[in-house]
Design a protein around this ligand. Structure first.
Ligand code: AMP
Length: 334
């Protein structure tokens, strides 16, 4: 893993110089809403970038879509930082720099063989992602990872890709939402919990110093955390009788300390002030939003980030889920 991270900085500079990577400069505005200090990134240069249509994840479309898949080999050599192989499953991955970067050294972990972006993360995906985060910690280049799963999660490519963003030094301990996650006191640390925010979310706290474990030791911990959170995502969706008929969509945010899953019911939110649609992906739930103009920035602040996130997320049914778990536990005791 360290070989990948060591190459990131020079690869990013070279790809930009060669014109294979477009970098869009931006400024960050901090904005507190309820308990989270959100980072709203203002990037006017993005107004000139054509927006990609939301991909259709329907299986019958996949064969056709494969032809226009930017994540299938051969890779652009300036964007291709290296390869990773999961020894346990034999799954192979490529690490690519994001061709359209708003944050320097934003990179992607993609499956070499085609897999759908609507498919859940596999144990190997989770292990290799976590190993990259652990390597980032060791190399003092802290990172977090995210995954936009399904039609209405904010993904723009249908080939399975996890994404990694470097954190500024001052934010070394995680993206904005992580501060809130860390502040939650847990009575039962090995059970999923929820953050006190406007939208349904399911979070698992990892055991201390998880980053010191080997791939074999990580796998059962990460896989069972993911499955328990995914169960809760489906349970939350089932409680929403008006949930759209697409396959369930959700976002994943992964840090060294927590795994967050957020069920989605809508890809974008219409801002009341301007009527503009603001597309939201996992980054929004990590506490980072992207706007393309001062006008949009003001509209987002006026609307309130928590209202926007609630608009694209679901209502929390955590209380019902906790009661259900308690009832199940009582039944087991009998
Ligand atoms: P998402 O939009 O969340 O599905 O993430 C896909 C990312 O891939 C976007 O951030 C794009 O900027 C990036 N991207 C699109 N085409 C390419 C490409 N050919 N090579 C590398 N990155 C790309």
């Amino acid at each position: 893993m360290s070989h990948i991270l060591e190459k990131l900085s020079s690869a990013f500079d070279a790809a930009q110089k060669e014109g294979d990577l477009l970098f869009f400069p931006s400024t960050v505005v901090k904005h507190q809403d309820e308990k989270v200090v959100y980072e709203i990134r203002l990037c006017p240069a993005l107004q000139n970038k054509p927006t990609l249509p939301t991909p259709d994840f329907a299986p019958q479309e996949l064969h056709e879509k494969k032809k226009e898949d930017p994540f299938s080999p051969p890779y652009n050599p300036h964007l291709h930082v290296g390869d990773i192989r999961d020894e346990e499953s034999g799954t192979e991955y490529a690490v690519l720099l994001n061709k359209y970067s708003v944050v320097p050294q934003h990179f992607l972990l993609i499956t070499k063989e085609f897999a759908s972006q609507a498919s859940p993360l596999s144990p190997s995906d989770l292990v290799q992602t976590y190993l990259l985060l652990a390597a980032g910690r060791k190399a003092r280049t802290p990172l977090f990872a995210f995954y936009n799963c399904g039609d209405i999660s904010g993904a723009s490519q249908h080939h399975k890709h996890l994404q990694f963003l470097p954190l500024d030094d001052e934010d070394e301990d995680g993206p904005p939402i992580e501060h809130l996650a860390r502040s939650v006191k847990l009575e039962t640390p090995d059970r999923p919990f929820t953050l006190p925010v406007s939208y349904a979310n399911h979070v698992f706290r990892f055991p201390d110093r998880l980053y010191a474990l080997s791939a074999e030791q990580l796998e059962p911990i990460l896989a069972s955390a993911f499955i328990s959170l995914l169960d809760l995502v489906f349970s939350t969706i089932r409680h929403d009788s008006t949930y759209p008929s697409n396959r369930p969509s959700y976002n994943v945010v992964l840090t060294l300390e927590h795994m967050h899953l957020i069920p989605r019911r809508q890809e974008s939110h219409v801002l009341a002030e301007t009527g503009d649609e603001l597309s939201v992906n996992a980054l929004g739930f990590a506490g980072m939003l992207l706007v393309k103009s001062e006008r949009e920035l003001e509209a987002v602040k006026k609307e309130g980030v928590s209202k926007i996130l609630r608009g694209v997320g679901l209502e929390s049914v955590h209380e019902i889920q906790v009661l259900g778990t308690a009832a199940e536990a009582r039944d087991e005791d009998v």
